[in-house]
Design a protein around this ligand. Sequence first.
Ligand SMILES: Cc1ncc(COP(=O)(O)O)c(C=O)c1O
Ligand SMILES: N[C@@H](CCOP(=O)(O)O)C(=O)O
Length: 465
Amino acid sequence: MRYVSTRGQAPVLNFGDAMLTGLARDGGLYVPESVPQFSGDEIAALAGQPYEEVAYRVMKPFVSETFSEDELRGAIKRAYAGFGHAARAPMVQLAPNHFLLELFHGPTLAFKDFAMQVIGQLFQIELEKRDQKITIVGATSGDTGSAAIEAFRGLDNVDLFILFPHGRVSEVQRRQMTTPIEGNVHALAMDGDFDDCQGKLKDMFNDFTFRDEVGLAGVNSINFARVLAQIVYFFTAAVALGAPHRKISFTVPTGNFGDIFAGFLAKEMGLPIERLVIATNQNDILHRCLEAGDYTKRGVTPSISPSMDIEVSSNFERALFWAYGKDGAAIAALMDELKTNGSFTVSPNAIGALRAVYDSGAVGEGRTMEEIGDSLRETGELLCPHSAVGVNVAKQALQRDPATPMVTLATAHPAKFPDAVEEATGIRPPLPPRMADLFERDERVTRVPNDLAALEALIRERRRK
Ligand SMILES: Cc1ncc(COP(=O)(O)O)c(C=O)c1O
Ligand SMILES: N[C@@H](CCOP(=O)(O)O)C(=O)O
């Protein structure tokens, strides 16, 4: 399996190199040159298998030239051993044709753990084989950061720097990033929003002198390995509801587009997915783009679902790559336009291709709060604000197509956003016992400016040589 850049100008790599490279050297994102196909029988055979076995079968064709069967099975086994639910991704029924896929039973209580725990294991295997040290820099709107810290804390061959937007993550999210004591972990609170953090991360990747000097690697969903591990739960959920003999739709609370793009790849692999529904909060650039064919930045407004406060949605580039018939030059031109003008127009053919796969909806703050209360009353489920956005958009989609079972992804635990949940329901969801002292732990964080030279200087100084 070879991996190519969405902008068509970077070296073609195998999985191991693509995983350790992160952003392609032409600024694009790596994608598999061709997508492995699963037959109906292969999909049917996944029914009733443990999550780890489905993960092995789904991931294997993408990675088999880099990892042996034993290495991959071992990595997956270790990755999920610490999850707080035997099913890993259990599903509950909300209404006759509406299901909630709970993706918050991992160590940091968000869906990010599903991929981050696996790639933490895969990175370690590959770095040991290569006797290599790396500097990981990650950008987070709240959840990727703690998941990355949990996966890479204490490793001798990895220094980890996490950039988060100062004052724009929940207090639980911030403390999850600022309280780990390991010396290889550095939480950096940056002036600006998540797009600024991710922008600086990409600038670092595009500064080849810095990139090569520090051995820069990325664990955001710009890294294809992250997206790959997120494909698995689309399979477990769909098979549990009758795939391949029945079509299933998914609604995905969306920001950086990594999760829903994993769903797209599952569909490409042969999983019978009817619709993939993009659910956004008031930062609705993706919904507006699907509606009007126009991707135009307006500025991010902070919301009660802060992890989705994103306007430069990285993985949308991967979706566009497919929609433009894998024309790297066209994608490079669109991304240049976005950087220069803050907007681009999707061609009629490409918007048609996107609409053939994706639906979308946006939910404002008031409605999100109401949905948290409604869901609790109607179903007994206490939702985090991101999952509430998903459930509300899914309900609208179910009105358009009541016949196809809908799975909404619950992307974070309500205890990560206690203030919003308490305001909506009167209930303050408690953290699990292992995190009960989170508010008593000392915090260690560095305020940093939105300035590339300053950030690079800090990373050069702090990383272990
Ligand atoms: C809780 C939560 N929900 C939804 C999202 C959006 O996911 P994606 O960025 O993959 O679109 C994020 C962040 O990525 C998140 O942390
Ligand atoms: N919502 C994310 C933003 C980064 O997303 P990623 O999937 O690209 O890592 C977060 O919580 O940090």
